[in-house]
Write a protein that binds this ligand. Sequence first.
Ligand code: PLP
Length: 441
Amino acid sequence: MSEESGEEGRRDVDSRDKPRSDGGRGLAAARERDRTDPLAKVATRFDVPDDCYLDGNSLGPASDEAVAALEHVIEEWRTLGIRGWTEGEPPWFWYGERLGDRVAPFVGADPDEVAVSNSTTVNIHTLVGTFLDLADGSKVIVNDLDFPTDHYAIRAQLRARGRDPDEQLVLVESEDGRTIDEARVLQAIDDETAIVFFPSVLYRSGQLFDLEALTRAAHDHGAFAGFDLAHSVGVVPHDLSTIGVDFAVWCHYKYCNAGPGAIAGLYVNEAHVGAMPGLPGWWGHEKETMFDLRLEYTPADSAGAWQIGTVPIFAAAPLDGALSIIEDAGIDRIRSKSIELTEYLIDLTDERLTDHGVAVGTPRVAERRGGHVALEHERAYDLGAALRDRGYVVDVRPPDVVRVCPAPLYQGFEDVWRFVDTVETLLEGDKLPSVDPDSVT
Ligand SMILES: Cc1ncc(COP(=O)(O)O)c(C=O)c1O
């Protein structure tokens, strides 16, 4: 959308605002909420590439701080070369541990329980491997709405131990294709369970699970509880240590805005520190003696032991900058605004889009919802493409879900209002193109 057409659109919606403005859900009310929003100013720290970027649940945008942190390590590489490992500011050698210390409060863990390292998928491999080796039981409980990489990794870890994944991977099935009934998860856990491995938030519908209840149920049967927090870290606060979660993994390129392919995160409860990592490597060796280069492996006395190879400094540095924005904003304020934005989006959808065949696929109870909303429409791919043409970036997940993420750090209530208004205009006028789903990512 050009600047010009943006202004055109603005006059248009302003004139339509009055008759529509009811129940505090009109454009004027949205602007007023933005005006009093304590996080509104944070948006200026981001370079948001499109008119309305609602895809931060896939890839968060660049920020001044993230780019500056990356440029800083590039400059250190230029001026220090290999001395950057010890003389960098901070030294690159401890980068994974140091960033882990800063992420720890967002997942409710002690600094030593968190490290940044590897990718999420690799972290699933090493941690599921670790806990399969520690467990009395042999089965892993997952669900049929999981992000596929989790299953690929768990199956491989089962196979590596000579077990048949078709027997040992227990799939809790969704009844409605959107959500998983937690009661069914609890029923599936028994004394043969080794690990309950669940996402915090389902990637498609945005259902947020009760991590405490799942952890308790796992522990009641002598099993471990592990979580994939890809869709919650940076937007939903966690208290992993307090509720006794055994291990967790997550990425930083979504709500933490650390850039494409950014280094991932992992948590291991202090009770398990000292265990043998599933995929050991020299970067997880006790750091003080690592350069003795002994062939015996001595794991670090912290979650840092689950690092594998050399920390990828260029994939980690943007996180150093991006975290300062979350620290300044405060995770509780981020969560409150996220709940308000998603609630507003759901209410406006009910009010203006239901008659046009749009359904909300996300739980309506705020405590059971992550940071994005799933809007279902039979022509989801066509709608997603039409929205992108108008500067609204969303993504589409098969078969019929448009995922909409009003990210609290750089989106406001007016953005949500304009988004719904645009969807309504597109559906009212039957202005959707026909796109080939295979051509869309
Ligand atoms: C729940 C979940 N886990 C894992 C991943 C991806 O893992 P990786 O960062 O290793 O590509 C995604 C990607 O969107 C995801 O949604």
